[in-house]
Ligand binder design. Structure first.
Ligand code: ADP
Ligand code: MG
Length: 696
């Protein structure tokens, strides 16, 4: 690339403090900083949340009860009343050609001096219609003159706080736009190579910034947005492509030899035949390991698709080559489970295994650590305990992390750093929709195990309203009498662990006094101590406990083949991907299994969503549907998935642009200079999340 490119964030105007603008003193600067706006550049990148078409403001008589609407009206009089309980109530009557409306505030006397008869206002708020009166309580108000600042027909509406009124934000942005128009040339703030702009038919950055705020018409607005979405995704993909290339030209990795006797022994002793997808994945892994470039591979496979076996064979391969392997799981229960599985597969072939969790006594731990260091232990399975500073290896050749999204990228990097460029395998049972994978894991190679081992019966799934709850629990009790075990998952309460735990306690008390009377039951929730949780999980695993009433803390990956019933209370509160994960706890053995989704929600969309669960068993299909239904932010139900909060792009609806930008990024040869600026821009945009994505 020959063009010299500067990035917007380093231009003088854009890096100027916001106080540079008229009307921004110290007080306003503090208020704006709460919106993340410190510089003029950040102000210009504070994109509208939506737009209002000025020709579409409604008249008062057209306002709909219960809706959030905007209208334009003139103040006719201002009144202050006192309620019986001593509140001050301010009422302002406003009118347009069609009718009258009343605006109400409580205990905000200053309002009465702020608005005078004759003032023209744009009023937004939730409309309440009682009989003949239209009322709006605590509306958003802006002077009409400010509202029309910028003059276009399309008015931007910004995300903001109560502190910074819409109109103020709008007028500051207008001021900044005027400065931009008058004192900066397009070249000075362009972030994309000219060749890319031409080829993809994009607006310049300057044009796009002006029009995303104050567009001359709808068509230009669409173009402005497309340019900014493209830019964001292009830079992100450049960063990912760079990571991948850097890895590719890294010739200091470990070159494993082609398969020898040990790998053959492990493979020949399996009690089953690998599926086609398992074989394909294994071939890809082996090829990576035999290459000098360090492997960076993500294996996606639904619960029960047989990922652990694949990991075991890869671990045997590294041991065969004289290296050690480490596998990290997010919880002790999972680490123990993997340890047992791996021991069964590897120990008969004189591979020495150890487990490292927080539970070990000091003495045992010291001994285990000593044998990591002197190389006497070949394979270790553990939790976070593996990444502590005093854990050292003789020669780490392969790092496997399970359930990757539970680990921060940094934690993974710390384990990898205990070896000298080991091969890395990441396994996840959460199917990730393709567009999301391209963004979050864009620098990794991906293998997918779609096919389940033969003979698996799909879990029979039913959606039931609470009127049939009795029947459902009677059925569960019957299954327990027949020797099986049951999970009951309590409603999800996103905001509060405490309320969630309380609701679990209630359900537990109810069930153990009624349907599960005389049946050994246990309660499991996030507020319990780790030891308590473990003791309960262990008792459930070995069958002492028959019914487990739990919040979503029941671990992904927990394997109790005797459990055949999964009852999910308040199922409407969960996403499809989450429901699928929970369902994966049953159907792991030889018995027919059931998943029952209880919900009293009668919303048509919700029922439709639950119905999808009863019809679809493929986690990848569900993941795509879930992403479509709930959007990327909600997808994993947590904030730890490493997906940056994109400023303007939406990977669900902007898929086409994503693919276009990705392909463009992969075909762009970036100069170190350009990468530097890309890096800086991304860092500025994504802040904290930047290191999560890019410090692999
Ligand atoms: P995952 O880790 O992907 O959830 P596991 O590796 O735990 O799945 O496999 C689930 C179960 O299926 C295990 O009991 C495993 O032994 C068995 N299994 C794995 N691969 C096959 C196969 N190809 N044929 C039959 N059973 C298999
Ligand atoms: Mg290698």
């Amino acid at each position: 690339m020959t063009n010299k490119i500067k990035v917007i964030l380093i231009h003088k105007l854009l890096s100027s403090k916001i106080q540079f603008l008229k009307g921004v003193g110290p007080a306003n600067a503090v208020k704006l900083s709460k919106l993340g706006i410190l510089t003029i550049g950040q102000l210009l990148e504070h994109y509208p949340r939506r737009y209002e078409d000025r020709s579409k403001l409604k008249s008062i008589t057209e306002l709909t009860d219960g809706q959030y609407e905007s209208f334009r009206a003139v103040v006719i009089h201002v009144n202050e009343l006192k309620s019986r309980r001593g509140f001050k109530i301010i009422k302002i009557a406003v009118q347009d050609q069609a009718g009258v409306a009343q605006l109400t505030w409580f205990n905000q006397s200053y309002m009465k001096n702020k608005y005078k008869p004759g003032m023209e206002l744009i009023i937004s708020g939730k409309i309440q219609r009682h009989a003949n009166i239209i009322e709006v309580t605590k509306p958003d108000i802006e002077p009409a003159s400010e509202f029309y600042a910028g003059s276009g027909r399309i008015i931007p509406v910004y995300p903001t706080t109560e502190d910074v009124p819409q109109w103020r934000l709008r007028s500051l942005i207008l001021q900044a736009i005027n400065l931009l128009k008058n004192s900066v040339t397009p070249e000075e703030i362009e972030s994309l190579p000219t060749s890319i702009i031409d080829k993809h038919n994009l607006l310049t950055r300057k044009q796009a910034l002006v029009n995303i705020h104050f567009a001359v018409d709808m068509e230009t607005l669409v173009k402005a947005r497309r340019r900014l979405v493209f830019e964001e995704l292009f830079l992100l993909q450049c960063g990912l492509a760079y990571l991948k290339q850097r890895n590719k030209y890294n010739s200091k990795g470990i070159k494993h030899a082609p398969d020898g006797v040990l790998v053959a022994k492990v493979e020949n002793h399996l009690s089953f035949k690998l599926t086609n997808d398992q074989n394909k994945t294994l071939r890809e892994i082996k090829a990576d390991m035999e290459d000098v470039t360090p492997m960076q591979r993500l294996v996606q496979g639904d619960v029960g698709s047989g990922k652990t076996v694949i990991a075991a064979i890869a671990l045997a391969k590294t041991v065969e080559n004289g290296y050690q392997g480490a596998m990290m799981a997010p919880t002790e229960i999972l680490a123990e489970q993997h340890y047992h599985t791996l021991a069964q597969l590897l120990a008969p072939h004189s591979i020495k295994l150890a487990i490292l969790t927080g539970k070990l006594s000091r003495r045992t731990r010291d001994e285990v650590l000593r044998h990591f260091k002197d190389g006497a232990i070949d394979v270790v399975v553990g939790t976070h305990a593996l990444i502590q500073d005093d854990v050292e290896f003789a020669h780490l050749g392969l790092v496997v992390t399970d359930e990757q999204h539970r680990f921060g990228v940094r934690q993974r990097a710390r384990l990898e750093s205990k070896g000298n460029q080991p091969d890395v395998l990441i396994m996840t049972a959460t199917p990730i929709p393709r567009t999301m994978a391209l963004t979050v894991y864009g620098d990794l190679d991906v293998s997918i195990i779609r096919e389940l081992p033969p003979g698996r019966q799909p879990v029979a799934t039913y959606s039931r309203s609470n009127t049939r709850r009795n029947k459902v629990y009677l059925f569960a009790a019957e299954q327990i009498k027949a020797g099986r075990q049951v999970y009951v998952v309590c409603p999800l309460v996103e905001e509060s662990d405490k309320i969630e735990a309380q609701s679990a306690v209630k359900i537990y008390e109810e069930l153990s006094a009624t349907f599960f009377k005389n049946i050994p039951c246990a309660l499991l929730h996030g507020k319990m101590k780790p030891q308590e949780k473990e003791a309960i999980m262990t008792a459930f695993s070995c069958g002492d406990i028959k019914a487990l009433i739990a919040t979503t803390v029941i671990e992904v990956g927990v394997n109790v083949p005797n459990a055949t019933v999964m009852i999910i209370e308040g199922a409407d509160r969960f996403g499809l991907a989450q429901l699928h994960q929970l369902r994966g706890r049953v159907g792991r053995g030889k018995y027919k299994s059931y998943c029952i989704l209880l919900s009293d929600n009668t919303n048509e969309e919700t029922l439709e969503r639950l119905k999808i669960m009863t019809e679809v068993n493929d986690g990848f299909v569900l993941a795509d549907r879930d992403l479509l239904l709930r959007g990327p932010g909600q997808f994993f139900g947590t904030n730890q998935h490493g997906l940056p909060d994109l400023k303007i792009a939406n990977i669900v609806t902007d898929t086409d642009i994503l693919l276009e930008a990705r392909s463009a990024a992969q075909h762009t040869v970036c100069t170190p200079e350009y990468l530097d600026t890309v890096w800086q821009t991304l860092q500025n945009w994504f802040g904290e999340k930047f290191s999560m994505i890019f410090c692999r």
